[in-house]
Design a protein around this ligand. Structure first.
Ligand code: SF4
Ligand code: SF4
Length: 89
């Protein structure tokens, strides 16, 4: 990311890393999580769940920053993220 000026506390900011999980059979394929993830982590799978919907999967898992926005916006409580900052390299 390019800053118009470098933040004074940049060296103290640690970006968190997340791992996103989809509860496949709850998903109704609305794509809200994909549209609103500003990091472009998610993409629609070609596979179907038991309800007959395509569901999201982590196409770019390393980009997830554990912001939980996909989790908050999902109307079916079908996706969540966890902090893996300590384990990610
Ligand atoms: S937690 Fe944030 S960055 Fe990670 S997949 Fe969800 S919306 Fe995207
Ligand atoms: S927002 Fe929820 S229901 Fe909609 S596609 Fe994403 S996981 Fe599925």
């Amino acid at each position: 990311m390019k800053y118009w000026r470098e933040p004074l506390d940049l060296d103290r900011i640690k970006v968190t890393r997340g791992r996103v999980t989809v509860v496949l059979d709850r998903c109704k394929g609305c794509e809200f999580c994909i549209s609103y993830c500003s990091r472009g982590v998610l993409a629609m799978s070609k596979k179907f769940n038991r309800k007959g919907y395509h569901y999201p999967e982590a196409a770019e898992p390393a980009k997830c920053v554990n912001c939980h926005f996909c989790e908050v916006i999902c109307p079916e409580f079908a996706i969540f993220s966890e902090d893996i900052s300590d384990t990610a390299g």
